[in-house]
Design a protein around this ligand. Structure first.
Ligand code: THU
Length: 129
């Protein structure tokens, strides 16, 4: 399945419009390309008990796995902010996603509202995978 970057990024951007962020006002959208060729997206969902907040990346990942797909081949993460506060997957998400990533060379495309893009491989973010 060839990666359509623009489409994956558009799904991430769209997902961020659903972000539930009354506490941080920091909207994030994530989109995973599943090995089935489908895109699974998610947004961050915050909670009054801050620690119960779910990041966009994990929401997208559980949507994929609960749909019966266990591997992803690309990830896009959109921040509704500009570059200076661009979201990168947090440590908990890196660990969580590592269970379902199809390999260390999977691209992780992080981008911000102002158009800046920062791309890494999954193994650059999570060495050893
Ligand atoms: N957040 C994400 O959803 N993904 C990231 O990559 C970084 C942080 C969320 C968690 C919280 O709702 C808000 O952004 C501020 O940290």
């Amino acid at each position: 399945m060839k990666l359509n970057r623009e489409l994956l990024m558009e799904f991430a951007r769209q997902a961020a419009t659903h972000a539930y962020v009354p506490y941080s006002h920091f909207a994030v959208g994530a989109a995973l390309l599943g090995e089935d060729g489908q895109i699974y997206s998610g947004c961050n969902v915050e909670n009054e008990s801050y620690g119960s907040t779910l990041c966009a990346e994990r929401v997208a990942c559980v949507k994929m796995v609960s749909s019966g797909v266990r591997k992803f081949t690309a990830l896009a993460v959109y921040s509704g902010q500009d570059y200076d506060s661009m979201a990168l997957p947090c440590g908990a998400c890196r660990q969580f996603l590592s269970e379902f990533v199809s390999g260390g060379d999977v691209p992780v495309i992080c981008f911000a509202r102002d158009g800046t893009v920062l791309e890494r491989t999954f193994s650059q973010l999570f060495p050893g995978k």
